[in-house]
Design a protein around this ligand. Structure first.
Ligand code: PEP
Length: 248
């Protein structure tokens, strides 16, 4: 089975609504590629204008965060039905910035994965190790534990629709990329884990991205690896380079 490549931008807390619309216009012709799923995961306030700005193009809109309840007294939060109604398809869950800065743990992340599927959103589930765990050589156990927790109670049919992003924390926003071999090693390990937790067909279907300083210069090599089905891109998603990654 050949998996469809997915290149997703994580805009993080960047771009006002008018800047977001301008970026969509700048990237419009650069990201044209019908063989690839192209996703812009944007700040909540940019979702409505970005959905409007990408109408008629190949771009799919994603969000960066939500809360697990549908509605109610949760000041400052945004729900999965709100995202769905606004035209969102993908949702980033478990990004290291949410884990580390906002204290999200694997119990909440697991609840978010299940809620996203129940609401018709497709999760991009992030996992990855710190520099200390990489140096200690215990990164594989760490990532196995994260994914096993985060997918508890998630069905094989759901995992076939899931995107997993392997994002070594030491390579996020640092300019230091994992080598293509390092990234491939972990992405293969994740696919083998999915086979162990589910079955071979589910492991064959799940799409696994690499994320961490992917850019126009290193994307082609990373994406040539057999278990790397795409990229989750931070910094380089905010500029014309994103088009080169989509077409790498
Ligand atoms: C990210 O935060 O998801 C990311 C991969 O960032 P960057 O590409 O800037 O390293």
């Amino acid at each position: 089975m050949s998996r469809r490549r997915i290149i997703a931008g994580n805009w993080k807390m960047n771009k006002t609504p008018s800047e977001a619309v301008a970026l969509c216009a700048e990237l419009k012709d650069l990201v044209k590629n019908d063989a690839v799923d192209v996703v812009y995961c944007v700040p909540a306030i940019d979702i409505v204008p970005v959905v409007e700005a990408v109408k008629g193009t190949n771009v799919i809109v994603g969000a960066e965060n939500f809360y697990i309840e549908d509605k109610g007294a949760f000041t400052g939060e945004i729900s999965a039905p709100m995202l769905k109604d606004a035209g969102v398809t993908y949702i980033i869950i478990g990004h290291s910035e949410r884990r580390d800065i906002f204290g999200e743990n694997d119990i909440l992340i697991n609840a978010k994965v299940k809620k996203a599927f129940a609401s018709g959103l497709k999760p991009i589930l992030c996992c990855g190790e710190s520099l200390a765990l990489r140096k200690a050589g215990t990164y594989a156990e760490w990532i196995r534990r994260q994914i096993t927790w985060d997918l508890s109670g998630v069905t094989a049919d759901q995992v076939k629709e899931l995107v997993i992003a392997y994002e070594p924390i030491w390579a996020i926003g640092t300019g230091e990329t994992a080598t293509a071999d390092q990234a491939q090693e972990v992405c293969k390990m994740i696919r083998d884990l999915i086979a162990e937790l589910y079955d071979a067909a589910t492991a064959e279907a799940v799409r696994i991205q690499y994320g961490g300083a992917m850019n126009a210069g290193n994307a082609a090599e990373l994406l040539s690896k057999p278990d790397i089905d795409g990229g989750l891109i931070g910094g380089a998603s905010l500029k014309a380079d994103f088009g080169q990654i989509v077409n790498a």
